[in-house]
Design a protein around this ligand. Sequence first.
Ligand SMILES: *[C@@H]1O[C@H](CO)[C@@H](O)[C@H](O)[C@H]1NC(C)=O
Ligand SMILES: *[C@@H]1O[C@H](CO)[C@@H](O)[C@H](O)[C@H]1NC(C)=O
Ligand SMILES: *[C@@H]1O[C@H](CO)[C@@H](O)[C@H](O)[C@H]1NC(C)=O
Length: 303
Amino acid sequence: MRELVILAAVVSALHAASLPTDTDVQYECQEDQDNIATLEAESFINDHHRHGYKFKFVSLDSRSAEEKKVRLCDTVVLGITLEETECHIVNPKPLDQCTTRMETQTKVKAKCNVTVSSVEGKAAVKRYICDTEPASHEILLTKCPDCPSLLPLHDPKALESVKTALQKFNKESDHKSYFKLMEVGRISTQWMFSGQSFFAQFAIMETNCTNKEAPQNEESCKALCGDQARYGFCKSSKFGNEEPVNVECEIYEAQNITHPMKHPFPCHGFVKIPPAIYPICPFPPPRLCRGPPDFIRPRPPPQ
Ligand SMILES: *[C@@H]1O[C@H](CO)[C@@H](O)[C@H](O)[C@H]1NC(C)=O
Ligand SMILES: *[C@@H]1O[C@H](CO)[C@@H](O)[C@H](O)[C@H]1NC(C)=O
Ligand SMILES: *[C@@H]1O[C@H](CO)[C@@H](O)[C@H](O)[C@H]1NC(C)=O
């Protein structure tokens, strides 16, 4: 079977060489095909990323073929850098319309080693390892001393502002359903004359309650799943101690969100604890359509 595949690969490689059409190029792990592999790595990583924001490919930093053979495809390990975008994973916007963060918003970078091989002429990701890190506080200070800086995702005071913001959204929104918190995406803070300010971004999910009945019995409101569920993304700000919280949310039309995480995929990496961001690796457990949000205590990576 393996010989057959290899033979087919040789034939198609020859074919591709003699007829260089763009539409049906066979991926053969060649260096001049690295753009095919990095595109596949980017979409594969995002398909398996079930928390936080989508990541965008920014650079290919290294490549090492595990074994060099002429024409025959083995595996190639690509060292790539990705950056966090402003699109949360619940946002259906295509990745190419999502912008990466500016330095003043604290960039998040992931350095990944992605193992790619050729399966039936297509680039296929075998595994990846990523270290994900926000830019240091010092960088923020030099670029923008007055910009808010990131807080750990479970900061109690900041979560209080998120809770108030979500209550306000549910009370005032035109949507009939009651939305509950899916996860906090990021929180930043800044000190002002009037006290500490909080800026939060969070994802919400539609429940089976209406926003009239929910406040009495929040626990029994269950998140809708699959193609019935609408998700949303909110930004809130609370200036100082006295001011009321401001909140704005976008609600996205229901879409079919698949769960590639049903089949666990090896993904190791490093992230600082307590986390202020969602790393690409290690995978925290998926949370869409699941019982009470565990955002309060982001889990440490398995040792
Ligand atoms: C990727 O591979 C390089 C070279 O082997 C290594 O130095 C680096 O630590 C690896 N990165 C990760 C995230 O494992
Ligand atoms: C929502 O679903 C839960 C679990 O299925 C159920 O116990 C609850 O009564 C439902 N609430 C409403 C308002 O339908
Ligand atoms: C979601 O997928 C199901 C089954 O594949 C399909 O019947 C349904 O129409 C889809 N819903 C949306 C909103 O695309």
